[in-house]
Design a protein. Structure first.
Length: 391
């Protein structure tokens, strides 16, 4: 039997996301893994990362314009184009991630009579919104579930929100222990960095070996709790010297712009090192003593997994995902969101209780290894596909 015939016999599954960066980053390696057993096709808006995804994962990709923001005319065009692609490709399953891709993919797949329509909620926006916008986003999520045959929340927090807000009555199963892709634990390992490596980077950033180093990785926006972080750190440094904060991320192209007072602290505080967005965050996680992530909302934040895999204890807010990865007092501390005083007190505890920090550091990686290894997540997803196909 020729390899072409074998390829034709594979069940065709289309994976969709609004932007190619989601396929490229969130599903790294997963698409290639699934493509061994199924014929996987990636669909998203066009962009260089769509071609990069195709090359790296060894899959076919198709560009369809999917607007991330609400835009009725563009959304109708995207829906129609998706429908045409699905009618031509005739997949057995469509599996979407990200909100807008979920809405358009599930509707298009329903009208194109795709037998299995799967959506994974990687985070919900509506719980933190108010008024009409909240109701509209809730309505969209309900529509996704109506048109889908199978709905998966990325973690237990997302699952609870879907139930509590009455978004769907369909069964909700979390794949493995949560997270859309799991983590490559060989890549995110402190073993890649020697003391010489971290010392050299510290010198480059004008950091002293006696400094207690905090690291934050993420977009510099209000939603990530950056205002509270600046307020807490600013107060902390009035009392404690020899502590520095490294900010890895930028606010480029963001609409959720930080207030001027916060931006002035970021760029003017002598103990804050803002290094912008970095392609590889591992060197900065390797040199830090602790990770801090006071976000308002997440689905299942990869960056908290990555910090843990690099052996860092963390301070996180009591939100979906973060409060599943961090076990309070074991591998980090959990604080209320939007509370700069609680954040300051938690940071102070890290600075004054080295035995607690050491204990949490020792547990940080092992807790990630045991629960979020990507091989475990991929195998669980493949098993889920088999169940969906069998029924």
């Amino acid at each position: 039997m020729s390899s072409t015939t074998q390829q034709k016999e594979k069940i065709k599954i289309i994976r969709t996301a609004a932007v190619p960066g989601s396929l490229y980053t969130l599903l790294k390696g997963q698409l290639a893994y699934l493509n061994q057993e199924y014929e996987i096709i990636g669909v998203s808006s066009d962009g260089p990362l769509l071609q990069e995804t195709s090359k790296r994962e060894g899959i076919r990709t198709i560009a369809v314009p999917i607007e991330r923001n609400i835009s009725p005319l563009k959304d109708l065009q995207g829906l129609f184009k998706l429908y045409k692609v699905l009618k031509e490709e005739k997949p057995y399953m469509v599996h979407s991630i990200t909100p807008k891709a979920g809405l358009l993919s599930m509707m298009a797949a329903y009208f194109a009579r795709v037998p299995k329509r799967v959506h994974m909620f990687t985070g919900l926006i509506f719980p933190t919104q108010t008024g009409f916008k909240k109701q509209l986003l809730l309505f969209f999520d309900k529509l996704i579930c109506k048109f889908a045959t199978h709905v998966y929340p990325e973690g237990n927090g997302v699952k609870n929100d879907l139930i509590n807000f009455g978004v769907t009555k369909k069964p909700l199963n979390v794949i493995a222990n949560g997270n859309v892709n799991g983590l490559n634990l060989d890549y995110f390992s402190p073993d890649h960095y020697s003391e010489e490596d971290t010392s050299a980077l510290k010198s480059q950033l004008n950091l002293s070996s006696s400094d207690f180093l905090w690291v934050y990785v993420g977009r510099l926006v209000n939603d990530k709790g950056v205002n509270e972080l600046m307020e807490a750190f600013n107060s902390l440094t009035k009392k404690y010297k020899n502590t520095k904060l490294i900010l890895v991320g930028s606010d480029d192209g963001e609409t959720d712009i930080l207030p001027l007072a916060t931006r002035e602290i970021i760029h003017g505080h002598p103990d804050i090192v803002a290094i912008g967005q970095q392609k590889d965050v591992r060197p900065f996680l390797a040199l830090a003593d602790a990770f801090v992530f006071p976000s308002y909302r997440e689905g299942f934040p990869n960056v908290v997994l990555e910090a843990g895999a690099m052996g860092l204890p963390a301070i996180v807010t009591d939100i979906n995902g973060s409060n599943e990865i961090i076990i309070d007092g074991e591998n980090g501390l959990i604080i209320p969101s939007k509370d700069s005083l609680a954040l300051q007190k938690a940071m102070e505890r890290f600075l004054t209780d080295s035995s607690l920090v050491n204990s949490m550091s020792q547990k940080a990686r092992i807790l990630i290894v045991n629960r979020y290894n990507r091989d475990l997540v991929w195998a669980a997803l493949s098993e889920e596909y088999k169940k969906i196909i069998a029924h």
